[in-house]
Design a protein around this ligand. Structure first.
Ligand code: AMP
Length: 555
């Protein structure tokens, strides 16, 4: 029997004792901040005291609405290690989703970035935020705001002692929480226990995972507000490696400069980010020669991206797949030993797949008849997955729990093939959502918004492939007969764009609205989006290219 539970705290204890001088660098609203694990550990203990003094107790949820920086990283260890639950909130969500999430999670305290105070203010609603007793701005001062009571982080933490008696926690204690967008439009909460995050950390550290060690300088670009920044704040600490946090809405230049100036060896983010960085480094004089590997995932990585980084910059792109429900990493496309001798093209083909399951997880692929598909790279079915860092339920969502789980198996909603070597390839999604630049857009929400227009009889929205954002929403609308006789479609189109913009972030606005006579239906009368996808999944059919301001980071 183990004498001590699997919890996060020992990772920090080890980094503090073995690597006290290793740096943590952060681009913040106030400029570049730099300190070491010794100082980090000291500040984390002060934060733990501050949380306790603010009345945070075991099991309470503490929310963050923050970019990637050292203060957010301090919350990553302090909150779970006092026995509370770190609830990261995605600031790119529509206000009504943020309201739902805060109310559903009953957050007690909210950390918010200075540049996101306005966003939080816009989402703030006294009834859904009733549980929140304190707001803390992640900086040295408080901007002008109606949120209250509110203080700044440095005052909140500063007056507290660096001695903190960390409690002995159970590995079953809730440590984290993140909401994911669901088919129904309403976000679904996923809770992480100490043990889930511990197991995920250990698996991602291995060479079959992200292969991080103490020689690495790691820059997580994947947001800390979305799926734990792929667990990197924990795994990089466990390895005793140097952290580099790129701060509020980094652009390709910020990222390229941080790679050059801090000697980044490993970084991670969605394909859109790397397409932008690639364009920047190809056109500017910047030295990214320290960079050895990039983890790319969240959406399918184009093969050309993997190829270009490899050939022009000698950077290995590790294509991975994951989900909020998996803490989040599930697969990485490493080459098996014999494949390393293959010709270039075959190697890129293989690395372009979503890859091999991490050690510790199991999967099966189930077809429409409920049978497991053979590993032949052709037959496809829904991916089911289970393991120590895969959740077995959503928070308070019995409806979704019934639909999305089969015993210990999570039904991922991703349609995959498996080749004879066990490499997974995602070929489709059953989830009715669109992923643009790595962030979800709910097609159901958009459809409801469009159908509120008096001239609209039917409306449906699909994701169309896009070179930069991977997917962009396109709406298909059937107008009423009266409207068809009367209206000018262009005018209706503008009104529909306005309707969406009124309630949703502007990057949710469809790239185009196409007027059709009828939405294709399935045998049971449901909208058959597959028919539309087959017919229209061609970016050239669209009138407008995705506008520059369609970026999620622009929300
Ligand atoms: P999230 O929970 O927001 O991280 O989204 C998880 C979903 O993103 C998965 O179920 C997939 O549909 C999609 N996804 C994640 N990684 C990839 C990838 N490498 N290729 C294609 N889709 C991906």
């Amino acid at each position: 029997m183990a004498g001590f539970d699997q919890t996060l705290r020992p990772f920090l204890w080890r980094a503090e004792r073995l690597y006290p001088d290793t740096e943590i660098v952060s681009r913040t609203h106030e400029g570049i901040q730099r300190y070491d694990y010794a100082t980090y550990s000291d500040r984390t203990a002060r934060l733990a005291n501050a949380l306790t003094d603010a009345g945070i107790e075991t099991g309470d949820r503490v929310a963050t609405v923050c970019w990637n920086h050292h203060r957010h990283f301090e919350a990553y260890f302090a909150v779970p290690s006092v026995g509370a639950q770190l609830h990261t909130i995605n600031p790119l969500l529509p206000d009504e989703h943020v309201q739902y999430i805060v109310e559903n999670a009953e957050d007690r305290l909210v950390f918010v970035d200075p540049s996101l105070v306005e966003k939080l203010e816009s989402a703030y609603d006294p009834s859904t935020f009733e549980s929140v007793a304190q707001f803390v701005v992640m900086g040295e001062s408080v901007p002008d705001t109606d949120l209250e009571p509110i203080t700044d982080y440095e005052s909140f933490v500063g007056s507290h002692d660096a001695d903190y008696e960390w409690p002995e926690l159970s590995e079953d204690a809730a440590a984290g929480m993140c909401y994911t967008s669901g088919t129904t439009g309403r976000p679904k909460g996923v809770e992480y226990t100490q043990q889930m995050l511990w197991a995920h950390t250990m698996a991602t550290l291995t060479p079959q995972g992200l292969d991080i060690d103490d020689t690495d300088v790691v820059m997580p670009v994947v947001p800390m507000f979305h799926v734990n920044a792929w667990g990197m704040p924990f795994s990089v600490t466990a390895a005793g490696a140097k952290h580099v946090y790129p701060g509020p809405s980094p652009d390709p230049e910020d990222l390229a400069r941080l790679i050059e100036e801090e000697g980044v060896t490993f970084t991670a983010g969605v394909p859109t980010v790397w397409l932008g960085v690639l364009e920047y480094v190809q056109e500017h004089d910047v030295d990214i020669s320290s960079l050895e590997r990039i983890m790319v995932g969240g959406s399918a990585a184009p093969k050309s991206l993997i190829e270009t980084f490899d050939q022009e910059y000698d950077v290995t792109m590790l294509h991975g797949w994951g989900m909020t429900e998996l803490s989040p990493v599930g697969t990485i496309s490493h080459l098996k030993p014999e494949m390393r001798e293959w010709d270039r093209d075959s190697k890129y083909d293989q690395r372009g797949k979503q890859g091999l399951i991490l050690p510790g997880l199991e999967f099966r692929v189930i077809d429409d008849d409920g049978e497991e598909v053979p590993w032949n790279g052709e037959d496809f079915g829904e991916l089911h997955i289970r393991g120590p860092w895969v959740t077995d339920s959503y928070f308070g969502r019995d409806d979704a729990n019934e639909a999305d789980f089969d015993g210990s198996w999570l039904k991922t909603g991703d349609i995959v093939t498996v080749d004879s070597e066990g490499y997974l390839t995602i070929v489709d999604r059953t989830k009715d959502v669109i992923k643009s630049g790595g962030e979800w857009i709910s097609s159901v929400d958009l459809e409801n918004a469009l159908m509120a227009h008096e001239a609209v009889v039917e409306a449906t929205v699909i994701g169309v492939s896009h070179e930069r954002w991977q997917e962009r929403p396109v709406a298909f609308v059937v107008l009423s007969e009266a409207a068809r006789d009367r209206a000018e479609p262009e005018a209706v189109k503008d009104e529909l764009f306005e309707l969406v913009r009124a309630d949703y972030p502007k990057w949710w606005t469809p790239d185009d609205v196409l007027f059709i006579d009828e939405v294709p239906k399935t045998a049971t009368g449901k909208f058959d989006k597959k028919v539309l996808r087959d017919q229209y999944d061609d970016p050239d059919l669209l009138e407008d290219a995705a506008p520059e301001d369609a970026a999620p980071e622009d929300a």
